[in-house]
Ligand binder design. Structure first.
Ligand SMILES: NC(=O)c1ccc[n+]([C@@H]2O[C@H](COP(=O)([O-])OP(=O)(O)OC[C@H]3O[C@@H](n4cnc5c(N)ncnc54)[C@H](OP(=O)(O)O)[C@@H]3O)[C@@H](O)[C@H]2O)c1
Length: 270
């Protein structure tokens, strides 16, 4: 595979498994993580998986929009094209679901890391993706979706961690549909995928859920959107594993999408 693929949140769980799978296929990998040591350790594993693969690493805390913008700038400075961007990094419900947390900019943390960060990163990297024909954006979302509450976007009232996660994931699906429409015909496709149900990863373990699937089960559905020929040209879809499914109804409400997009653009400053 001669594709250049960027994966956010490659330090553990699904992101690491995707990185190792792609490394074995000889891809050029841009691996992102927030912890330098753990990122370099995954990068070394990937390099050992195949001599044909090339790995470059990028550290950034996605809970800080300045670091997200800086990450995009560094990638744009280093690369001449990007074939695939996999927005995989995310924060789950958290160990204590009653504890509301904030990003560096004071935004509710799950909304910030799971929606605002990939929104900003993708938009800043769109010129590089456009250099690839075709370019693909794969947003790792979830079957766990809850409608965004426009009266309380930052969940200042009745905060609950899993609900915050589910709202942020639907927000990312809405952003997926918007960007797919915008880029229609440009050669860049944008899709969202629920990889697998309750994979055995730190996110699931920390939230206290009993894992029901191995991490590897989530790799196939995401790999398909990264590289399979059968989805070439397919854009603006939500996949539940391999099935093209309908997301939560709010994602098809044009007014809600426009409202979220305006708020998102104000928050990320783009
Ligand atoms: N596990 C499941 O059953 C399941 C189900 C549906 C969807 N998903 C989705 O699959 C994706 C991968 O999840 P996972 O289960 O593999 O979770 P995970 O093991 O917790 O991995 C999440 C990744 O995101 C990174 N991350 C979190 N906060 C970050 C921040 N502020 N800045 C930079 N990186 C950050 C983590 O970095 P650290 O290593 O530094 O923490 C880690 O690399 C997520 O989008 C998740 O929503 C998972």
């Amino acid at each position: 595979m001669d594709n250049i693929v960027m994966i956010t949140g490659a330090t553990g769980g699904l992101g690491r498994a995707l990185a190792l799978d792609l490394a074995a296929r000889g891809a050029t990998l841009l691996l992102h993580g927030r912890d330098h040591e753990r990122l370099e350790s995954v990068a070394e594993e990937a390099r050992r998986a195949s001599e044909a693969c090339t790995v470059r690493t990028h550290v950034a805390d996605l809970a800080d929009l300045r670091e997200v913008a800086d990450l995009a700038e560094r990638v744009r400075a280093d690369e001449s094209r990007l074939d695939v961007l996999v927005n995989n990094a995310a924060v789950g419900g958290g160990e204590d679901p009653t504890q509301r947390q904030l990003s560096a900019q004071g935004h509710e943390l799950r909304l910030a890391v799971n929606h605002l960060a990939p929104h900003l990163l993708t938009r800043r990297l769109t010129p590089l993706l456009s250099e690839a024909t075709p370019g693909r954006v794969v947003n790792v979302t979830s079957a766990g979706q809850a409608p965004v509450d426009f009266e309380d976007l930052m969940m200042e009232n009745a905060y609950e961690g899993v609900r915050a996660y589910c709202r942020s994931k639907l927000a990312l699906i809405m952003s997926t549909f918007d960007l797919a429409e915008e880029l229609d015909g440009s050669g860049v496709t944008v899709n969202a995928v629920h990889p697998a149900h309750l994979m055995d990863t730190p996110m699931v373990q920390q939230s206290g859920f009993h894992p029901l699937a191995a991490v590897d089960e989530g790799v196939g559905p995401v790999m398909r959107l990264i590289s399979a020929a059968d989805v070439e040209g397919v854009t603006g879809r939500y996949f539940d594993r391999f099935a093209d499914r309908r997301a939560h109804e709010q994602a098809y409400d044009e007014e809600a999408r426009l409202r979220l997009r305006k708020l998102t653009e104000e928050l990320v400053g783009s």
